[in-house]
Design a protein. Structure first.
Length: 160
């Protein structure tokens, strides 16, 4: 068995348009790879949803990169389940998106101006065996944790 690199992270969001604005305006992920309504009859079984649920979706991607896409999925219909909002700490079972960013000062400013939830402003962080780099952590509109590491994304995915 062989597994590819992560193709897409699927995020289940409460408001598709609000989340799209966040990922486009704050993080600069502008290209829409797919947009539409998913209404395949097997969708509820595939995702463990009640019968009759539908899903609106937008899959966003970084220009020139066909992996690491961010899929935004809004479940619609009766009986929709919304997870508890996380507070200011990582929890077991919680995921965190991690991106390289070439300017954490600008990202921090965008988040602060938009009154977004910032867990940590840019701080120097050294992982074992790595150089010290600045990192910051914040939440998207639905409380999904995002970590940004200050490093140029150019060439970040080239195998060495």
């Amino acid at each position: 068995m062989k597994l590819s690199p992560v193709v897409r992270t699927a995020l289940f969001v409460s408001n598709l348009e609000r989340s799209h604005r966040f990922y486009e305006n704050i993080l600069g992920i502008e290209q829409v790879f797919f947009e539409g309504t998913l209404d395949d009859p097997d969708l509820p079984d595939l995702l463990g949803l009640p019968v009759g649920q539908r899903m609106r979706a937008k899959i966003l991607k970084i220009d020139g990169c066909d992996h690491g896409m961010v899929g935004l999925f809004e479940v619609t219909g009766e009986g929709r389940v919304v997870a508890d909002q996380p507070e200011r700490c990582a929890r077991v079972g919680q995921a965190c998106l991690v991106f390289y960013c070439d300017d954490l000062t600008e990202l921090h400013q965008r988040l602060a101006e938009g009154d977004h939830r910032i867990i940590s402003a840019p701080l120097p962080f050294q992982a074992p065996g790595r150089d010290t780099r600045r990192e910051m952590t914040f939440l998207d509109p639905d409380g999904i944790m995002i970590n940004a590491i200050e490093r140029s994304p150019v060439g970040a995915f080239v195998e060495s």
